[in-house]
Design a protein around this ligand. Structure first.
Ligand code: NAD
Length: 330
């Protein structure tokens, strides 16, 4: 590792969807950083999603687990800032691996923060989730950070536990942590399987039926990846602590998303409705993002149409490069 660089940043889960974009943006915008990615590659892929890595001396990729103390000592030595994004993500994965989900989230986060304190890390970012809020009916939207928290999934409970761990360390003045409750993030390079927008885009590009679970009137707060990354970096570069919603503050129904994707792709796909798979699915979500907007100079650059156009173009390019049809499992 190059020790002459000014700032050393660790990104756990840096080979995943959001992590890849965070790393890319940091490398593009800052000359004086040395980034280390720690990822176990259970989901993340260095080869397909990180063409920008090749040849740069400012990036190291370490394959390992966030619960591995020895690896943590190695990657944290001399580190100033940590973006903690590693987690078991995706509804199907979380349901099929409840113990692993809890262990990676809660025990992994606790061990990582303890190690950060030992290595005198200045700032710690936790990727939390709107799943912390639990089930909301549409009349009580939008979701505010000050609302009472009632997570109803293992994943949501684990994320909330991590927030509480961060809060405790903040209170004790041992490290400076900030947590972001991401809502539904979408955009280029998101993996195809199990996520609403990638599934629908691929179905539309392949002229296959677009599957909607339930009536399709469920509201979601979708935010484009570039705006998410921008908010993430602004939060960690501030001195703010506590919890912040990162969402667009606008909601769109699932049915509307499907119709917009069909229109933007010029697809012949028809919409089909299938029964809802999980009773825990949250009916509607909408963020109140005024706390982060008032505390930083973050501004949203993409509305849902612009974001979807960029997402569709990226999947089109990908399909052209592979010269293939991708099958989705959604
Ligand atoms: P992702 O699955 O693409 O990325 C997570 C990365 O963590 C993957 O590369 C995976 O290989 C890695 N990982 C998993 N377990 C690990 C372990 N034990 N040790 C080391 N690496 C491990 O997911 P994402 O969408 O990029 O999400 C990033 C973070 O944001 C996660 O903490 C997630 O819970 C949170 N989040 C995401 C969304 C969203 O809409 N994408 C919404 C809410 C919260």
């Amino acid at each position: 590792m190059n020790s002459t660089m000014k700032e050393k940043i660790l990104v756990t889960g840096g080979a995943g969807f959001i992590g890849t974009h965070v790393v890319q943006k940091l490398l593009e915008e800052k000359d004086d950083v040395h980034i280390v990615i720690l990822d176990n590659f259970s989901v993340g892929k260095a080869d397909r999603f990180m063409p920008f890595c090749t040849g740069t001396k400012r990036l190291d990729i370490v394959k390992g687990d966030v619960r591995d103390e020895k690896i943590l000592d190695k990657v944290l030595s001399g580190t100033n800032i940590v973006y903690h994004l590693a987690a078991v993500v995706g509804v199907d994965r979380v349901i099929s691996m409840p113990e692993e989900t809890w262990d990676v989230e809660v025990n992994g986060t606790k061990m990582l923060i303890e190690k950060c304190i030992y290595h005198k890390v200045k700032r710690f970012f936790l990727a939390s989730s709107s799943e912390c809020y639990g089930k909301y009916s549409s009349h009580s939207l939008p979701m505010k950070e000050s609302d009472s928290i009632m997570p109803n999934t293992n994943y949501g409970k684990a994320k909330y536990e991590c927030e509480k761990i961060c809060e405790q360390y903040n209170r004790e003045g041992r490290i400076s942590c900030v947590a972001a409750r991401y809502f539904n993030v979408y955009g280029k390079f998101q993996s195809f399987n199990g996520y609403v927008i990638p599934n629908m885009v691929m179905q539309a590009l392949n002229n296959e039926p677009i599957k909607i679970y339930g009536h399709g009137d469920q509201l979601r707060d979708f935010m484009y990846i570039d705006d998410t990354v921008d908010a993430t970096i602004k939060l960690i570069e501030s001195e703010l602590t506590g919890v912040y919603n990162i969402g667009s503050g606008k909601c769109t129904s699932i049915k509307n998303i499907a119709e917009t994707i069909i229109k933007l792709t010029g697809s012949d796909s028809m919409i089909t409705h299938v029964p809802i798979r999980r009773p825990t699915d949250i009916e509607s979500k909408l963020s109140d993002n005024s706390k982060i907007r008032k505390s930083t100079n973050w501004k949203i650059g993409h509305d849902i149409n612009t974001g979807l156009k960029e997402t569709i173009n990226s999947y089109r390019r990908y399909l052209n490069e592979c010269n293939c049809n991708m099958r989705t499992s959604g």
